[in-house]
Design a protein around this ligand. Structure first.
Ligand code: SAH
Length: 273
């Protein structure tokens, strides 16, 4: 049945099949923003994007032997960093088959303390057993899901009581007036995102998750965006035809979107009650 939804998980997967290499290249091997302490912090993109992973991991505080769910696992770089430092088991899901293949191909030397496996799965219909995870994290993935209530419901269902969920992503604060509202709608359609207006407060409560902390890191992640825009411009230059035009549009819309004053980025920690 056709619905008015502008995208499905299939579209998001196809988007990431095309854009994963561009993000990886622009963001130092990760598919999420970097974190810089302050203006004086001269860390490279790789160090800064790995640091975001570390900030998420700190909030999960995983204990030895725990099982973690990586919701929207990308090409596995986040899980790879966590299992290199923690004796945990990670299951990652993504709707991009290309990402799942890259993630499963990543070497996992026997001496690593942890282990990770990756599978194609839609988080809004998560095919995983109840209470089978001690913690979960969703870095820049929930924002792609139209049915956030379904995704959070599934995440809550698979978490054990007391288990934590850490969400890292953008939100949009306040009402937008035209012409900003129209441009924002266009950007959100293109990047296949719908941003949470209230940092998931209501949806988390309804799913049985209690907010423990929210840290606004908007200013700390800002330096990532020029690199993204440059990455899309470079991709547009290297590609032809429709593919080149898509990258050019990403650069144009991205430059506007990421500079938008009401766009925030934060780390939210919630607990399964
Ligand atoms: N968390 C990763 C990747 C972020 S990119 C990282 O930080 O590097 C966004 C990710 O969300 C992609 O892996 C995409 O496949 C995933 N995603 C988007 N919608 C999804 C859905 N409905 N179910 C599962 N994963 C989804």
């Amino acid at each position: 049945m056709l619905t008015q939804h502008s995208h499905t998980s299939g579209d998001v997967g196809a988007f990431y099949n095309r854009h994963t290499d561009v993000y990886d290249d622009a963001l130092g091997g990760n598919i999420h923003v970097g974190y810089w302490d302050d203006e004086a912090d001269g860390s490279s993109m790789q160090v800064a994007t790995d640091r975001l992973t570390d900030l998420v991991t700190e909030r999960l505080a995983p204990a030895e032997g725990q099982h973690l769910l990586d919701v929207g696992c990308g090409h596995g770089s986040t899980a790879a960093r966590i299992i290199a430092h923690h004796a945990v088991r990670i299951t990652g899901v993504s709707v991009s088959d290309y990402q799942v293949e890259l993630a499963n191909r990543r070497p996992q030397p026997a001496e690593l303390p942890g282990r990770a496996t990756f599978q194609w799965a839609d988080a809004t219909q998560l095919p995983l057993p109840d209470q089978s995870f001690d913690g979960a994290y969703a870095i820049e993935s929930l924002m792609h899901m139209k049915d956030k209530a379904a995704a959070l419901g599934h995440i809550a269902r698979v978490l054990r009581p007391g288990g934590r969920l850490v969400i890292a992503e953008h939100s949009l604060e306040g009402e937008l007036a035209p012409p900003d509202a129209d441009r924002m709608a266009e950007a959100c359609r293109f990047f296949m995102v719908s941003l949470s207006p209230d940092r998931y407060g209501t949806l988390l409560r309804e799913a049985g998750l209690e907010v423990v902390d929210y840290t606004d890191t908007t200013e700390n992640v800002r330096r990532s965006y020029d690199s993204m825009t440059d990455g899309w411009r470079k991709a547009a230059h290297d590609l032809d035809g429709q593919e080149a035009r898509e990258m050019e549009t990403a650069a144009e819309l991205g430059a506007w979107f990421f500079a938008f004053p009401q766009l925030r980025y934060g780390l939210l920690t919630a607990m399964r009650t």
